[in-house]
Design a protein around this ligand. Structure first.
Ligand code: AP5
Ligand code: ZN
Length: 215
């Protein structure tokens, strides 16, 4: 199955992606995680992306499309994949159509902006796995370390409030239009679109997402 998880920054894409990919045994393709890995490795891509990410803007379509095209050629993508945080612009979505990638489901997780600002200020992540925690709503078993590896958790540089507000603005302007883009597709290649209210417990949202996918 090939899936797209759409939603504002902090809507819970990464959190739900872990459940979905485990259930369906498909890889999670998070362009944000890929970019953060490049920043950490101080590769050419990472150096170029860091400033854009810290400002809350979007990395250029050409770079992102190139990255994803390479990634989906890997053997683990043969039975499908979950895009998390991609596509984020109409040209990115169109690039996948142009190379014949058929998407089965588009899931939009909807959370209002004020809830998002509060969520992101409490977020801690395990960079190596992409596992996400929230100090109040989804805490780790032990203080500030990952449940599975015991390694330290960190906060993201782009979770400062002013950057979060900029990321939200960019989301509404450039990414939200994709909901309509996919809904307006017709024919046998059109994906099924689902709108999931993203406020509630992590488990409640997981159940709603699984029900929408019929898994
Ligand atoms: P990316 O990493 O994709 O970030 P994002 O879309 O802004 O989304 P987040 O990862 O912040 O949020 P999420 O929806 O995954 O929420 P999470 O599950 O963590 O992108 C980062 C940057 O990279 C971009 O700004 C851009 O610069 C660049 N980039 C990436 N992809 C790109 C692309 N395709 N094109 C161009 N540029 C690109 O949850 C958030 C918090 O809430 C956590 O603490 C979590 O524990 C908590 N939480 C989750 N669910 C709940 C719940 N139900 N109730 C309460 N708390 C909850
Ligand atoms: Zn994420």
């Amino acid at each position: 199955m090939r899936l797209i998880l759409l939603g504002a920054p902090g809507a819970g894409k990464g959190t739900q992606a872990k459940f979905i990919t485990e259930r369906l045994d498909i890889p999670q393709i998070s362009t944000g995680d890929m970019l953060r890995a490049a920043v950490k490795a101080q590769s050419e891509l990472g150096l170029a992306a860091k400033e854009v990410m810290d400002s809350g803007g979007l990395v250029s379509d050409d770079i992102i499309i190139g990255l994803v095209k390479e990634r989906i050629k890997q053997p683990d993508c043969e039975n499908g994949f979950l895009f998390d945080g991609f596509p984020r612009t109409i040209p990115q979505a169109q690039a996948m159509i142009d190379v014949g990638v058929h998407i089965d489901h588009v899931i939009e997780i909807v959370v209002d902006d004020e809830e998002i600002v509060s969520r992101l200020s409490g977020r801690w992540v395990h960079p190596a796995s992409g596992r996400v925690y929230h100090m109040k709503h989804n805490p780790p078993q032990n203080d500030c370390v990952d449940d599975e590896t015991g390694e330290p958790l960190v906060q993201r540089d782009d979770d400062r409030e002013e950057t979060v507000r900029k990321r939200l603005q960019v989301y509404h302007q450039q990414t939200r239009p994709l909901v309509e883009f996919y809904r307006s597709m017709t024919g046998s290649d059109a994906p099924r679109s689902h709108r999931i209210e993203g406020v509630g417990s992590v488990d409640d949202i997981r159940r709603k997402v699984f029900a929408a996918l019929g898994v």
